[in-house]
Design a protein around this ligand. Structure first.
Ligand SMILES: CC(C)(COP(=O)(O)OP(=O)(O)OC[C@H]1O[C@@H](n2cnc3c(N)ncnc32)[C@H](O)[C@@H]1OP(=O)(O)O)[C@@H](O)C(=O)NCCC(=O)NCCS
Length: 229
């Protein structure tokens, strides 16, 4: 148990450049306190002392602002930074070396029963405010951008952003049809082009009409001083 606690403290020091000393980490990191409380709650949950485990979890939530359901399974070296507003559901599984920022929900969609929360791989960063909802897997080495809403499985080695979340990077390469910001459409240019097209059409119609009149037997039909096109 003490070995695991030492690893937890080192995880904070490794992940947060603002963390100055072990003393500071032990006494001021609510993410750490929530993880330690969860270990106790999870042990009680496994012994089927469900209500007691919920009480431990809710007391921890009161002090840390982080709600981890006692049934959730979390791996080694989880770092919850800032933490306030984090919710981790009952059937959620989290791998090793995962970083979770404030406001993250690992929840269900309200439609499923049984396993209804996500399974998070190893080395995953879940940005602040993002929601991962449903019973699917987020692969290893995934970055989830802050405020993303992820509703589908995410392949390993990728970056997901947006609402609904979409993969924008895989194996270090950009994917998808994101806008090329140097080539945004210009509505004024488009309107001018459209006007030019209409002028060209009118000109060719007039030329055709004039040619028809010239070829006709009555040259009087062509007024004098008519402009050239
Ligand atoms: C997603 C993130 C992890 C970066 O991952 P990455 O793999 O390095 O991705 P990149 O920075 O190369 O960005 C890839 C694309 O996604 C876009 N992007 C990055 N984060 C985004 C976000 N949160 N929302 C929308 N788009 C985002 C980038 O602009 C880039 O778009 P482009 O290809 O058109 O230029 C990072 O941007 C992020 O959101 N981290 C969360 C940090 C956080 O929550 N901090 C809180 C501290 S208190």
């Amino acid at each position: 148990m003490f070995r695991q606690m030492r690893i937890d403290i080192e995880t904070v020091l490794d992940n947060d450049p603002a963390a100055r000393s072990k003393f500071e980490v032990i006494f001021t990191y609510s993410g750490l306190h929530a993880i330690w409380a969860h270990r106790v709650a999870h042990k009680l949950y496994k012994r089927k002392w469900y209500t007691l485990s919920r009480i431990v979890s809710q007391v921890s939530r009161f002090f840390t602002g982080i709600e981890i359901h006692p049934g959730a399974r979390i791996g080694s070296r989880l770092f919850i930074d800032h933490g306030m507003g984090v919710v981790i559901g009952e059937t959620c599984e989290i791998g090793d070396n995962v970083v979770i920022y404030q406001g993250v929900t690992l929840g269900g969609t309200g439609k499923e029963r049984g396993k209804r929360h996500p399974t998070i791989g190893n080395n995953v960063v879940i940005g602040s405010g993002s929601k991962v909802l449903g019973s699917f897997t987020v692969g290893d080495n995934v970055n989830i951008g802050s405020n993303a809403v992820v509703l589908r499985p995410v392949p390993s080695n990728s970056t997901v952003v947006g609402n609904p979340g979409r993969v924008v990077k895989r194996n270090g390469e950009r994917v998808g049809d994101r806008l090329d910001h140097t080539q945004l459409p210009d509505p004024v240019i488009e309107m001018l082009r459209d006007m030019q097209r209409q002028i060209d059409d009118l000109k060719s119609e007039l030329r055709a009409e004039r040619a028809l009149r010239r070829s006709s037997t009555n040259p009087e039909l062509i007024p004098e001083g008519e402009p050239t096109l």
